[in-house]
Design a protein around this ligand. Structure first.
Ligand code: PLP
Length: 397
């Protein structure tokens, strides 16, 4: 089946909820992918952060093959050894004492929201989230997502959410009330345009939470697990959340979500309170254990920091050259370029030249390469990007 045929089949049989790019990715290895016609691409979006250790990492394949031969699935009615090992590994590298496993980011956030509601004991039920945030597409996480464009036509939503402008501590203080049980935010907003929480804001939020026994929920689904040059983005701030959610890269390309919490909060879930049929099943947990092993053995957090710095410098060179670049944002290997115009055309031109990136918040080019990316590959990507800017004829400085 060629690309055209695959597109036709999709249009006929798949619900058209995605606005897809006319490309079928057929195989991948490391930082590169190939389409159905054999064209090669540098993958600087890596499944929106999923393929953080590159495509088809041999360790993931080894773990999957080994586990698949023993046991693919086993219900959470029983104890699951790889799940318990994974929970321990995640607790050892983070602030957390316990973990709940699910299958996606939205589900990880749902569990976080349920924990927060329990914490509030029915009296405090409000959760404050940030404007331009993104927390998922289930009805509750869509309500937590403070962007009306995603919500239109899907109401009514579960009540109990208030929105506050990102990085504005005074406005946040005004919204906190005796009903607030949690404040939830992304340390770096991904879908919102690669916007980082300022140090003052994060420290201020933390102080409010400590002072009023309000839970701090950090959604690190896009920015966590090494992406920003630290294992978790909260570690840039010297604070600790009460709950943190993870997903995307956690199982090396397989679907997995995780809700991590300190004991005082984690213990609010009693047997029967929350569940997921597939959550933390043997196969996906084995893949996630392999992912964490690769992160450690290949020193990928440090590499994300170093390569991220290099990438940031290269992007700054572009900013010095092109007046239509408004801002370079991000940390580590989570980078964004805000343009003065919509980024769709640049994304397309890059694709024609063999570079996959995407555009978020309309005008922000987003880069989430695998953490295994090399300097030469960054140079190659920057060259293609520069070519696209030149070709668009937007003119240099
Ligand atoms: C910060 C953040 N939270 C939650 C989600 C939702 O994750 P999922 O699509 O796995 O449900 C995403 C997905 O892009 C995300 O970036």
């Amino acid at each position: 089946m060629d690309t055209q045929m695959a597109m036709q089949m999709d249009k006929k049989y798949v619900m058209q909820s995605y606005s897809r790019i006319p490309l079928v990715i057929d195989k991948g290895k490391g930082v590169r992918v190939w389409d159905k016609e054999g064209r090669e691409y540098l993958d600087f979006i890596s499944g929106i952060g999923v393929n953080a250790i590159g495509h088809c990492h041999p360790e993931i394949l080894r773990a999957l093959t080994h586990q698949a031969k023993r046991l693919l699935h086993c219900s959470n009615l029983y104890y699951i050894e790889p799940q318990a090992n994974l929970a321990r590994a995640l607790c050892e590298v983070s602030f957390a004492d316990k973990v709940f496993f699910s299958n996606s980011g939205a589900e990880a956030n749902e569990a976080a929201i349920k924990l927060a509601r329990r914490w509030g004991k029915g009296k405090r039920y409000e959760i404050i989230t940030m404007k331009e945030s993104f927390h998922g597409r289930t009805l509750t996480t869509l309500r937590a997502t403070a962007q009306t464009k995603y919500q239109k036509g899907f109401g009514p939503f579960p009540p109990g959410f208030k929105y506050s402008p990102f990085n504005d501590l005074e406005r946040l203080k005004e919204r906190v009330s005796e009903k607030t049980c949690a404040i939830m935010l992304e340390p770096i907003q991904g879908e919102g345009g690669i916007r980082m929480a300022s140090e003052d804001f994060m420290e201020g939020v933390w102080e409010i939470c400590r002072g009023k026994r309000i839970l701090l929920i950090l959604d690190e689904i896009q920015c966590g697990l090494g992406r920003t040059g630290k294992m978790f983005a909260y570690q840039h701030y010297g604070i600790e959340p009460d709950i943190m959610t993870l997903a995307k890269p956690l199982a090396g390309g397989l679907p997995m979500g995780a809700t991590l919490a300190k004991e005082e909060v984690a213990s609010l879930f009693k047997p029967g309170d929350h569940a997921s049929t597939f959550g933390g099943n043997p196969l996906v947990s084995s893949a996630a254990l392999a992912f964490l092993k690769v992160m450690e053995e290949e020193n990928l957090v440090k590499k994300a920091e170093e390569r991220g710095e290099y990438f940031g410098e290269r992007l700054k060179e572009l900013k010095a050259k092109y007046s239509f670049i408004k801002e370079i944002r991000g940390k580590g290997l989570m980078r964004g370029i805000e343009l003065e115009f919509e980024g769709k055309g640049v994304v397309e031109k890059c694709r024609y030249q063999g570079l996959l990136i995407n555009c978020t918040a309309k005008k922000v080019l987003r880069f989430l390469p695998p953490l295994t990316v090399k300097e030469e590959e960054i140079d190659q990507a920057v060259d293609i990007l520069q070519g696209a800017f030149e070709e668009l004829g937007q003119g240099g400085k």
